[in-house]
Ligand binder design. Sequence first.
Ligand code: ADP
Ligand code: MG
Length: 276
Amino acid sequence: MTDITKVYEFKSELGRGAFSVVYLGVHKATQKNYAIKVINKVDLGKDYEKNLKMEVDILKKVDHPNIIALKELFDTQDKLYLVMELVTGGELFDKIVEKGSYSEKDASALVQKIVSAVGYLHSVGIVHRDLKPENLLLKTKNDDLEVAIADFGLSKIVGNSVVMQTACGTPSYVAPEVLNATAYDKEVDMWSVGVITYILLCGFPPFYGDTVPEIFEQIMEANYDFPEDYWGQISKEAKDFIQKLLVVDVSKRLSAQDALKHPWLTSGNAPNTVIN
Ligand code: ADP
Ligand code: MG
């Protein structure tokens, strides 16, 4: 295998996750910029290495405008380098913090893209399992609506997201069946879409508590509400969309295909009001 530093020049650090550091990399031959994610295999443990390889092969085939494309891969004894399409708009999480919340019209356009990308992943047999605003990146600085899913599949490889989320102390996005430790599948992503939509519209999460077990308890019962101060001016369709996603029974939760047909995503005329 070619030495990656012969092909790419490593520049600044772009971000970090639990198991990786992402750098700006310049392809020496073309001078084009990429994001290079460096995963320390030692941190992963032997078991995951085989899955990692298989998963990466799938990722290379993924082709959707709202999913970060994987260009190539360098595999060494102790590190794995994923060369990806570079996006420059930062994490959706930071954008929400900056804006407070999205208008309904913008949130609906953004969620439509996220659901379309999630539906595509599901149709090719990939479950993201770690959808959250930190893993949704904006393609450019001056467009809040062009989003790209990053970090997909890796939570599946890297391991059990309950353990990870618990370790990080932020279980806000985890679905109830994950906590139940039963078999879970693509429905988990749609639960996350519900949580993300909720946050986009009001700026705070639906499930909260002072301790991690308290948050888990709220999630297990899908115990959340739409406080009037923040949600009073938000449409019935938006609330209905969220209510059909934050459903504990996975068989009753909207699939990506069904979500795309929901009036809140199809009407394209959600009121353009921002609360707070
Ligand atoms: P992890 O699997 O370790 O969580 P991520 O794929 O989420 O890693 O990447 C960590 C951070 O690096 C992201 O939250 C983002 O800030 C940055 N990043 C990841 N991919 C890209 C990319 N393609 N372009 C620009 N920045 C990126
Ligand atoms: Mg991440």
